[in-house]
Design a protein around this ligand. Structure first.
Ligand code: HDE
Length: 692
C-alpha cells in the first residue's frame, strides 16, 4: 500500500503586510463583519422606528457587542504590567567552548528575539516606576527551537523553594479586603512575610536599593537568577549564571522622581523604550555568562549554586561576553504580541539544561500551566508571537483555539499508517537529549543546611554600595516600614536588619523612632564593587533626554548646536517654553515641545537654559529647575540664561552645574559628559542637608 500523505503541522499562519502577523483588521476598502459581509452603518443599531426598541435580528450589533464583551483575557497573575520590543541577538561565538546551542556557539549568527519587561506586583494598568523587581523575559526564536530566558533585573530571589511562591506573592499583592495598596511593597503583609522569612533578606536589600527603581529598561541589568547547566558538543557540562549588561550603563531614578512619575506619567518606562526605538536609539545589552565547573558539588567556593538567594560575585567569576542583544522594533499590536506572548522556563534548546535549584524546578511546571488559563487553552504556541521559527512537527492535536489544519491519519508513534514518520531525533540530529545525571535520595521535605545562611550576602550587598547608595537603602527601608501599621512587624524587620549591618539598622530605627535591636552581623564579608552602580567616568547617553528652557529671544542657533551635539551621541533635545508653538522665524526655528504647564522635571535627564532667555518668575519653571537640582541632575545655562538659575537659587559653582558664555563645543561637551555621569552625586549631601 503506498504511504498516506504526511501531516503538515507547520502550516503557515496568514501573513499580512507587516510581516509576521495576520493583519486582516483595518485593511481593505470596506468595513466588514467577521464573516466578511460589508457593513453599511456601524453607528446606528437596527431599531423598530427611530425611537423604537432595538431588534434582535441586528447581527452586526450583536457580533460587535459580543466580541467587545470578551476582549479582555485574565492578566498575568504576576508581572501583569509590562512592555515589550522586538530585536535581534548576535552571537560572538565565544560560548562555543561551553555550549553546543547553535545560536550561542556560532559566531555572527543572528537570532530574532522578543523581550518583555515588567513589574511584578502591580495590575496591568499600574504605574511603571513603583519600587519593585523588574522582569526581563527574552524569547529567542532559534533555529533549533525557542529558548526563553525568563529573568529579572535582580540576581537573587525572595524564596528558595517554589512551593513558597504563592505565599510571597499573596503577601506582596494588595490586601484582599479592599484591594490596596496597588503595586507597592510598602504595606503590612509584605513586611510581615519577609520579616518572618529571612531568606528573603538579600532580595529585599536589592529592592530597597536603587535597583528597585530603574531609570529605564535600557539602563537595567538582567539576570537568569538560577544556575543553568550548559553542554558542549562533546557532552562536557558547565554550570553558568546568565547576565544582561546594558550598554547604556546601569542607572536608576531617585525615589522622589519615581513617586512623581507614577502620577505624572505612569507609562514612564514604556514610553521611554518606545520613544527611544522610534528616535533610532535601540536598547542594547551584552549577554554574558559566569562559568563554574560542574564538579558534582553544585557549589563554588562555598556558594551553593542551587540556592537562588545567592549570587556569585563578579570579582570571583568574571562575566564573559557571549553576544549582543539589540531591541529596535516596537510591537505592532500590544494585545497580539506583548499581552499574548507566553514565556516558559521549560522552553530550552539543546546545549542548555536546568539544575536542581528547587525554585527553578517549580517554575518548570508553572509557566506552561498558567498559559492555559491566561490564553484559554493548550494551543497558545500557535499564536503568531509564540510560534517557533524552527519547523514544528508535533503530535499535539485538537483542543480549544486549534488553528492548525493537521493532515495525516496517525498522530502517534510508532505508526505504520503514516509510513512510520516522523522520526525521533538523536543528539547528532539536534535532538534535545538530556545529559545523564545521577538522581537519588530519600523523599524529604527539607533544604540543605547551606540554604540557612540568609545574611552573609545581604551584608555583602549593603557593604559593597557607595555611601550615597547606602543612604538610599536607609531611606527606602524607613519609607516602607514607615507605612506599616503593626509595630511588631517593624520591630521584627529591624531585628532582621540588625543581622545585616548595625549602622543600617540603627539609621532605619532612628527614622522610625524605635530602639535599634542588637544583632550579629558578619564583620568580615567579601566586598563586590561590581554591585554598585555609581560611575566616575561618563558613560553613553543614547536615549537620554535634555530639556532646554527658551523663549523667542533665546539664542536659537545655540540650541541647534546643542541638539546636533546630543544627536551625535543618540540623545535628544526638547525645547520647553512658557507657551507652545514655534520659536523664531526662517531657518532658525525651534519647535516648543513642552510648556511650563505640561513639563515635569522627571521627564528629562538634564536641563539647559538657553542664552538670551528672559528671566521668568513663573513658579512652575522655578520648581522645575529646583526639582532637577534636588534630583542631582545636570543643569546648565549659557550667556544670560544663568540669571534664571540664580533666580531658582541654584549656585553656578555647585557640582554638576555648567555655565558658559555661548553654546560652543566645550560647553556642549561638558553638558553631555555630565549627562553621561547620570547624576552629580557630589551634590547629594548638600541637597539632603539643605533647610528652608
Ligand atoms: Fe515567574 N511567573 N515565577 N519568576 N516570572 C510568571 O508566568 C513563577 C520567578 C518571571 O513577561 C508567570 O506567564 C513561579 C523567578 C518573569 O510574560 C507564572 C515562581 C523569576 C515573568 C510565574 C516564579 C521570575 C514571570 C505569570 C517560583 C526570575 C513575566 C504569567 C517558583 C528569574 C514573563 C506567566 C512575561 C511570570 C510563576 C519565580 C521571572 C505564574 C511559580 C525566580 C520575568 O507562571
Amino acid at each position: 500500500m503506498p504511504p498516506l500523505p504526511r501531516p503538515d503541522q507547520s502550516a503557515p499562519a496568514p501573513v499580512g503586510p507587516t510581516g509576521s502577523h495576520d493583519s486582516r483588521a483595518q485593511s481593505g476598502d470596506f468595513l466588514t463583519t467577521a464573516q466578511g459581509v460589508r457593513v453599511p452603518d456601524t453607528d446606528h443599531s437596527l431599531k423598530a422606528g427611530d425611537r423604537g426598541p432595538t431588534l434582535l435580528e441586528d447581527f452586526h450589533l450583536r457580533e460587535k457587542i459580543t466580541h467587545f464583551d470578551h476582549e479582555r483575557i485574565p492578566e498575568r497573575v504576576v508581572h501583569a504590567r509590562g512592555a515589550a520590543a522586538h530585536g535581534t541577538f548576535e552571537s560572538y561565538g565565544s560560548a562555543k567552548t561551553v555550549t553546543k546551542a547553535g545560536f550561542l556557539a556560532n559566531r555572527g549568527r543572528t537570532t530574532p528575539v522578543f523581550v518583555r519587561f515588567s513589574t511584578v506586583l502591580g495590575s496591568r494598568g499600574s504605574a511603571d516606576t513603583v519600587r519593585d523587581t523588574r522582569g526581563f523575559a527574552v524569547k529567542f526564536y532559534t533555529d533549533e527551537g525557542t529558548f526563553d530566558l525568563v529573568g529579572n533585573n535582580i540576581p537573587v530571589f525572595f524564596i528558595q523553594d517554589g512551593i513558597k511562591f504563592p505565599d510571597v506573592i499573596h503577601a506582596g499583592k494588595p490586601q484582599p479586603d479592599i484591594e490596596l495598596p496597588q503595586a507597592q511593597s510598602a504595606h503590612d503583609s509584605f513586611w510581615d512575610f519577609v520579616s518572618l522569612h529571612t531568606e528573603a533578606t538579600h532580595h529585599v536589600m536589592w529592592n530597597m536599593s536603587d535597583r528597585g527603581i530603574p531609570r529605564s529598561y535600557r539602563t537595567m541589568e538582567g539576570f537568569g537568577v538560577h544556575t543553568f547547566r550548559l553542554v558542549d558538543a562533546e557532552g562536557k557540562t558547565s554550570l553558568v549564571k546568565f547576565h544582561w549588561k546594558p550598554v547604556a550603563g546601569v542607572h536608576s531614578l531617585v525615589w522622589e522622581e519615581a513617586q512623581i512619575a507614577a502620577g505624572v506619567d505612569p507609562d514612564f518606562h514604556r514610553r521611554d523604550m518606545a520613544d527611544g526605538i522610534k528616535a533610532g536609539a535601540p536598547l542594547e545589552y551584552e549577554f554574558g555568562i559566569q562559568v563554574m565547573p560542574d564538579d558534582g558539588t553544585d557549589t563554588f567556593q562555598g556558594i551553593d549554586l542551587l540556592d537562588p538567594t545567592k549570587l556569585v560575585p563578579e570579582e570571583l567569576v568574571p562575566v564573559q561576553p557571549i553576544g549582543k542583544l539589540t531591541l529596535d522594533r516596537n510591537p505592532t499590536n500590544y494585545f497580539a504580541e506583548t499581552e499574548q506572548v507566553a514565556f516558559h522556563t521549560g522552553h530550552l534548546v539543546p546545549g542548555i539544561e536546568v539544575t536542581n535549584d528547587p525554585l527553578m524546578q517549580a517554575r518548570l511546571f508553572s509557566y506552561l500551566d498558567t498559559q492555559i488559563t491566561r490564553l484559554g487553552g493548550p494551543n497558545f504556541s500557535q499564536l503568531p508571537i509564540n510560534r517557533p521559527h524552527a519547523p514544528v512537527n508535533d503530535m499535539l492535536r485538537d483542543g480549544m483555539h486549534q488553528t492548525a489544519v493537521h493532515t495525516g491519519l496517525a498522530p502517534y508513534l510508532n505508526n505504520t499508517v503514516d509510513g512510520g514518520e516522523p522520526e525521533v531525533a538523536g543528539a547528532n540530529d539536534h535532538g534535545y537529549v538530556q545529559t545523564e545525571r545521577v538522581i537519588e535520595g530519600r523523599a524529604v521535605r527539607a533544604n540543605p543546611a547551606s540554604f540557612d545562611d540568609h545574611f552573609t550576602q545581604s551584608t555583602m550587598f549593603y557593604r559593597s554600595l557607595t555611601a550615597i547608595e547606602q543612604d538610599h537603602v536607609v531611606e527606602a527601608f524607613t519609607f516602607e516600614l514607615g507605612k506599616v501599621f503593626e509595630q511588631s512587624i517593624k520591630e521584627r524587620e529591624l531585628a532582621v536588619l540588625a543581622n545585616v549591618d548595625t549602622d543600617l539598622c540603627e539609621r532605619v530605627a532612628a527614622g522610625l523612632g524605635l530602639p535599634a535591636p542588637a544583632g550579629t552581623p558578619m564583620e568580615d564579608v567579601f566586598v563586590s564593587p561590581a554591585l554598585s552602580q555609581i560611575i566616575d567616568t561618563p558613560g553613553p547617553i543614547a536615549g537620554r533626554k535634555i530639556g532646554v528652557i527658551a523663549d523667542s529671544g533665546s539664542d536659537l542657533s545655540g540650541i541647534g548646536k546643542l541638539r546636533t551635539a546630543a544627536a551625535r551621541r543618540g540623545a535628544t533635545v526638547h525645547v520647553i517654553a512658557a507657551a507652545g508653538g514655534v520659536l523664531g522665524k526662517g531657518v532658525r526655528t525651534q519647535v516648543v515641545e513642552r510648556t511650563f504647564l505640561t513639563v515635569r522635571s522627571i521627564e528629562f535627564d538634564a536641563f539647559v537654559v538657553a542664552g538670551g532667555t528672559t528671566p521668568s518668575t513663573d513658579i512652575k519653571l522655578i520648581v522645575l529647575l529646583q526639582e532637577a537640582f534636588r534630583h542631582c541632575k545636570a543643569i546648565a545655562a549659557w550667556g544670560d540664561g544663568t540669571a534664571i538659575l540664580e533666580r531658582a537659587g541654584i549656585g553656578t559653582t555647585e557640582p554638576g552645574v555648567i555655565v558658559g558664555d555661548t553654546a560652543v563645543k566645550a560647553f556642549n561637551d561638558a553638558v553631555l559628559s555630565a549627562v553621561g555621569l547620570h547624576r552629580a552625586w557630589d551634590r547629594a549631601a548638600a541637597v539632603m542637608a539643605s533647610e528652608v
